[in-house]
Design a protein around this ligand. Structure first.
Ligand SMILES: Nc1ncnc2c1ncn2[C@@H]1O[C@H](COP(=O)(O)OP(=O)(O)OP(=O)(O)O)[C@@H](O)[C@H]1O
Ligand SMILES: [Mg+2]
Length: 455
């Protein structure tokens, strides 16, 4: 099985509302610092989340589930994302929203299964035969004949690699020239070429060249030690979903193992249960042989009350699997019906699942914390706001919700720009507060004017 070319499909961060959150902001004893890493207050929940992060890192949490429960706008989503930051990019974190499972094209359980596998990582250590060194020569050799389209054909590539112990000149296949170009390899870079597959990895620029330009942002690496041709330990992090995707092919039926490592096709193809079973089998074999190590990550399901009984049952079952990730749920519901049934349950979650959850509570903010969060938001969005306006906004936040107050910031800034000012004033806040209603005022307006609306 060759796994080195599996492309990672990790999603990029997309939630701008939380871009000020950089971590849980705990000190070395795991005690929350009131304002740190973009988080303010909510100390109990942050401390609990910190313990969970430690448990995840020491691999003691797999197959467990956690519930963040609290009123709207109390930082549940923000804390879950802070957990992701704390875990770092070596531990997979897959965020989703409960309602994502409802699609007309894909089965509900299929969506869940896919995300489950996105949240399980595999660290593969392989000892590979490589050619490694600093490039001192890179010459494509052109063939004497010219292709029909008039382009020149490269017949081979001569590459010279140098280490502290010696140097070697290699004559390579033209297909490797393409990978060299893709990795933007130049003379002076440190690279390695895998002998078996011909995969090229650029590690950085040799630090001999470090003083060449002052403004370079390249990574500098030392000249490799040892011989050019050697065995090297290569570590790679992928998720089970990455493996599924790179092995899915529309025609199916071919030998899965021999297809591992083929480049991912841009077109999305069907991942079948059969394929997953096969991949699990290969993965387990590699774990047994000590080549691979399972890294259980986090599946975060926001607005979990959107799931229905069928998906809850499926989740419950999946949590029992030996390769389950840690699942973190979040909800702002109290007692409500479980979707798709008329059973009333706490948080809209079936009791048997609820029974196995650890629950972290988030509490409403006091006005001081609220003000600080607003201030953080204003800073991240680079908005200027006068002190009076700021106090007014904090008041509004205390009466309605934090999220409403946060959301008023940008329109208020727009308002102040239109009026040719550089700083948000009290007036701007009052104006936008009148233009945009919050949920409470809107529902009051509806009940006051019942007669005017259609029933
Ligand atoms: N303790 C905090 N420190 C800093 N920012 C916070 C904190 N709590 C919440 N925020 C910010 O306030 C806004 C609302 O919080 P968030 O979306 O996390 O609430 P929530 O509990 O998930 O609400 P809902 O139940 O409606 O989903 C976000 O922009 C979030 O980043
Ligand atoms: Mg939320």
């Amino acid at each position: 099985m060759k796994i080195e070319e599996v492309k990672s499909t990790v999603r990029i961060q997309r939630i701008a509302a939380h871009s000020h959150v950089k971590g849980l902001g705990l000190d070395e004893n795991g005690v929350p610092i009131h304002t740190a890493a973009g988080l303010v207050g909510q100390e109990g929940a942050r401390e609990a989340a910190g313990i969970v992060v430690d448990l995840i890192k020491s691999k003691k949490m797999a197959g467990r589930a956690l519930l963040l429960a609290g009123p709207p706008g109390t930082g549940k989503t923000a804390i879950a994302l802070a957990v992701a930051h704390e875990l770092g990019n070596k531990v997979p974190f897959c965020p989703m929203v409960g309602s994502e499972v409802f699609s007309s094209e894909i089965k509900k359980t299929e969506v869940l299964m896919e995300n489950f596998r996105r949240a399980i990582g595999l660290r593969i250590r392989e000892s590979k035969e490589v050619y490694e060194g600093e490039v001192y020569e890179l010459t494509p050799v052109e063939a004497s004949n010219i292709s029909t389209s008039g382009e020149k054909i490269i017949s081979n590539v001569i590459i010279g690699l140098r280490t502290s112990k010696g140097s070697k000149q290699l004559k390579l296949d033209p297909s490797i020239y393409d990978s060299l170009q893709k990795e933007k390899v130049e003379v002076g870079d440190v690279i390695y070429i895998e002998a078996g597959s011909g995969t090229v990895k650029r590690q950085g620029r040799s630090d001999v060249y470090a003083t060449e330009f002052d403004l370079e942002t390249d990574d500098y690496v030392p000249l490799p030690k040892g011989l050019v041709h050697k065995k090297k330990d290569v570590v790679q992090d992928v998720t089970l979903h990455d493996l599924d995707v790179s092995n899915a092919r529309p025609q199916g039926g071919r030998d899965v193992i021999s297809m591992m490592g083929q480049l991912m096709k841009p077109k999305k193809t069907e991942i079948t249960d059969k394929l997953r079973v096969e991949i699990n089998r290969v993965v387990n074999k590699y774990i047994d042989q000590g080549i691979a190590e399972l890294v259980p990550g986090v599946l975060f399901i926001d607005e979990v009350h959107m799931l229905d009984l069928e998906t809850f049952t499926y989740l419950h079952k999946s949590l029992e699997s030996p390769i389950a990730p840690i699942v973190i749920f979040a909800t702002n519901r109290g007692r409500c019906t479980i979707r798709g049934t008329d059973i009333v349950a706490p948080h809209g979650i079936p009791l048997d699942l609820l029974d196995r959850l650890l629950i972290i509570r988030t509490l409403p903010y006091n006005i001081r914390d609220l003000g600080q969060i607003l201030m953080l938001r204003a800073q991240t969005e680079s908005l200027k706001i006068s002190e009076k306006a700021f106090n007014l906004l904090s008041d509004i936040g205390a009466k309605s919700t934090l999220r409403y107050a946060v959301q008023l910031l940008t329109p208020a800034y727009q308002m102040c720009k239109v009026n040719g000012k550089a700083e948000i004033t009290e007036e701007d806040i009052t104006d936008v507060h009148q233009l945009f209603l919050d949920a409470k005022r809107s529902s009051k307006f509806l009940s006051d004017n019942k007669a005017k609306y259609m029933l």
